[in-house]
Design a protein around this ligand. Structure first.
Ligand SMILES: [Zn+2]
Length: 291
């Protein structure tokens, strides 16, 4: 019998079930080959390919330094979805993430649930993404691709329309979802999958939590892995997962090395989309200023 531990915080659970209802795969809209997608991008193509993309959300904070140490010791590169207010509090760690070859990505300024209230006030949505962009972009290489992940997985098609009218933010690929690390599941007393924040809530050790991650990764033979770099157990969890996978011959990639995501990149020659501008004067102003 497969038991799901009701472990996730209510908001995350709601977002996950909404995502599950939305379906397995997000395809580009018919007339829109790139830009922010109307729903999260679920399919990364890493499963069954023995490839893993480690993604670390919600940092940086002091514990992120330990995660970086483990990644460095194992010589692998990852992607960090940055929260703006955390980056402001830990600028040296933000710089260290980039300096050590990891990819910086955008996870909003204050980690809100991006509900319909943001459609009614689009400038607050633009600010949430723009603030982090302004923090991470100066540390990124010109060839780096911009990725966004929605806090709790909350997303709406109207958000995509608002952000795609912004000449800078429309260059983001996203929202990026994940394959591994969504929840804890048990089978006959075995941890079959795990989610780090839920592990810590249950006071599990990093080693037990790692078993869930490893079993799910092996079962799927790869995938986009969701972890957080902000808990005291985070470095131990990474140290319990990454070397085991390296020994089993897994390849580690940053998100900009995931071929499946290339289809979502905004064409350099794409015209500015400003169909929501009549309702949002600020967006129209941004669209006109594009050079
Ligand atoms: Zn988050």
């Amino acid at each position: 019998m497969r038991l799901s531990i009701i472990a996730c915080v209510a908001m995350a659970c709601a977002a996950m079930s909404a995502a599950a209802v939305a379906g397995e795969r997000s395809l580009p809209d018919k007339n829109q080959v790139a830009w922010f997608q109307s729903r999260s991008i679920f399919h990364a193509g890493l499963r069954d390919n023995h490839m893993v993309a480690m993604t670390f959300d919600d940092g940086p904070n002091a514990y992120t330094a330990g995660v970086l140490d483990v990644l460095k010791a194992n010589n692998i590169k990852a992607t960090f979805f940055i929260v703006g207010k955390m980056a402001r509090a830990h600028p040296a760690l933000l710089a260290r993430i980039a300096a050590e070859g990891h990819l910086l990505a955008n996870h909003s300024a204050t980690h809100p649930e991006l509900t319909s209230k943001f459609d009614a006030d689009p400038n607050t949505l633009i600010d949430q993404i723009r603030e982090v962009h302004d923090e991470i972009a100066p540390l990124m290489k010109p060839t780096d691709v911009l990725y966004f992940r929605a806090p709790y997985g909350y997303w709406r098609a109207a958000h995509a329309a608002i952000l795609n009218a912004d000449p800078v933010l429309r260059n983001y690929v996203g929202p990026i979802y994940w394959d591994i690390g969504g929840d804890i599941t048990m089978h006959d007393g075995y941890v079959m999958s795990a989610a780090d924040w839920a592990c810590w809530k249950h006071k599990w050790t990093a080693q037990i939590c790692a078993k869930g991650y490893l079993r799910e990764i092996r079962r799927d033979d790869g995938g986009v892995v969701l972890m957080h770099s902000i808990h005291k157990q985070s470095p131990d969890l990474v140290a319990s997962v990454v070397p085991a996978l390296l020994e089993e011959g897994y390849t580690f990639v940053r998100l900009d090395q995931v071929p499946e995501y290339k289809q979502y990149e905004t064409p350099k020659t794409a015209p500015v989309v400003a169909d929501s501008s009549s309702r949002h004067p600020f967006v129209l102003m941004l669209a006109r200023n594009v050079k």
